[in-house]
Design a protein around this ligand. Structure first.
Ligand code: PLP
Length: 436
């Protein structure tokens, strides 16, 4: 590829494929944020991945900071994951019945995330949060749910209110097709606003089935919790008999082996998982306190099911992934690589005189075109310079760095990222900041 900002590399085959895609697939994509609406231009079509790199249909190579939106913490085609899949493939794709591997992965999840005493596998993060909420409602016999502005929990009807990422990128925080009666059951509070939460519970605490929260918000760019935010919701839920659900679909096994709950030392009642536990295949999970999980069918009266739940392939990939990330030093190294990358970006921004700040926990990060010292609120995220991000995105892309095509997404580093990838990233960033 011939890749300078003045001479963007060829993307003819991606462009042709996107034209064709639009003839058969709504908007040409199977998930909206892939369409590049947040940054403009034509989305790339990828042919394969190798470690930290993505290779598109025009044979351009990119350092990948999307990681399939989070799952690929080992990078693409890790031999342990591919090997586990090949081994399972030779034994069949699924049986619609239980397997030893399901027991093994459930045991591992319960060991690594001690708040999870029982866990059930599903096939996506959306199913995990949706099921956790149904369970919380069934357990408490209450209907009201509390969520936070800018948090995304999948495309669950009642939660598509002030949701983040894709919905924000499209400028459509709410969706058509969601009956008002559903969202009437959802209270939306500002993220990191402790007083607003206390006020709501004071008035309505005894009607609230659950709080669902991203313990580190990763769908309004990336915003960590302020001290006291998670602690207060834990106290309020305990006091009012509401269920605390941590949506760790993104943060689980990503920010630390025990997820965000281990970083901040808060024990939720239920946890939703996805992304990393599937190793790149479609998997989600939800789990938590035994007495609550016992309310699910066949033991309890809350129905939840799935033809492909616990798919042997997905479980094999997940088991391999969970084995790798338990190796000593894994998260220290991942965190150090991420930190070095962000320090480099900040230095390049400073040299170019561009206001720029970052957030990071483990292998997850956020970059903000903002003059603020720290970003902890949704309105600060929304006030960032999106125009600068768009330009930056395209110069990075033309210089072999693939970022999430939206100013409202978190970024991900994998264990396959090393010095060569950081060098490519810094060379691109120098040009990108200089172009603003
Ligand atoms: N919860 C969080 C925090 C997410 O980031 C996502 C997806 O990005 C989901 C839930 C939904 O997961 P899925 O896209 O697998 O349905």
């Amino acid at each position: 590829a011939n890749t300078t900002p003045d001479n963007p590399h060829a993307s003819e085959r991606s462009a042709t494929l996107f034209d064709e895609a639009q003839q058969f697939i709504p908007g040409g994509v199977n998930s909206p944020v892939r369409a590049f609406r947040g940054v403009g231009g034509t989305p790339l079509f990828f042919n394969h991945g190798e470690g930290a790199w993505l290779i598109d249909e025009d044979n351009n190579r990119y350092v990948d900071y999307v990681g399939a939106w989070g799952p690929l913490i080992l990078g693409h085609c890790h031999p342990a994951v591919i090997g586990a899949l090949q081994e399972q493939l030779s034994r069949g794709l699924g049986y619609g019945a239980s397997t030893a591997a399901e027991v093994d992965i459930a045991r591992t999840i319960c060991k690594l995330v001690p708040s999870i005493e029982r866990v059930r596998l599903v096939t996506s993060g959306t199913e995990a949060t949706m099921s956790a909420i149904r369970l919380a409602r069934g357990y408490t016999r209450r209907d009201k749910v509390v969520k936070f502005e800018g948090c995304y929990h999948g495309h669950v009807d009642g939660l598509l209110v002030k949701a983040g990422s894709g919905a924000l990128t499209l400028g459509e925080p709410d969706s058509l097709g969601v009956p008002k009666a559903y969202t009437d059951l959802t209270y939306v509070l500002p993220y990191n606003d402790i007083e607003a939460m206390k006020a709501l519970f004071k008035e309505h605490g005894d009607e609230i089935a659950c709080i669902i929260v991203e313990p580190i918000a990763g769908n309004m760019n990336m915003v960590p919790p302020v001290p006291g935010f998670l602690e207060t919701m834990r106290e309020l839920c305990t006091e009012h008999g509401s269920v605390l659900i941590f949506d760790e679909v993104m943060t689980g096994f990503r920010v630390a082996l025990g997820g965000a709950q281990s970083v901040y030392g808060i024990k939720p009642d239920l946890t939703a998982l996805g992304k990393v536990i599937g190793g790149g295949l479609p998997v989600g999970a939800f789990g938590g306190r035994k007495d609550i999980m016992d309310c699910i069918a066949p033991q309890g009266g809350v129905y939840q099911a799935g033809t492909l739940s616990g798919s042997p392939l997905a479980v094999a990939a997940g088991q391999a992934m969970l084995r790798e990330i338990q190796k000593p030093g894994f998260y220290e190294e991942l965190g150090a690589t991420t930190e070095a990358m962000l320090a480099g970006l900040k230095e390049q921004a400073r040299a170019a005189g561009i206001p720029f700040t970052t957030n990071q926990v483990g292998g997850m990060f956020g970059c903000f075109f903002s003059g603020e010292d720290s970003i902890t609120r949704f309105d600060q995220v929304m006030a960032c310079n999106v125009e600068q991000f768009r330009k930056y995105f395209h110069v990075m892309l033309n210089n072999n760095v693939y970022l999430a095509p939206s100013a409202f997404e978190a970024g991900f580093v994998s264990a396959a990222h090393g010095q060569a990838e950081l060098d490519t990233t810094m060379a691109a960033a120098k040009k990108a900041f200089a172009s603003l």
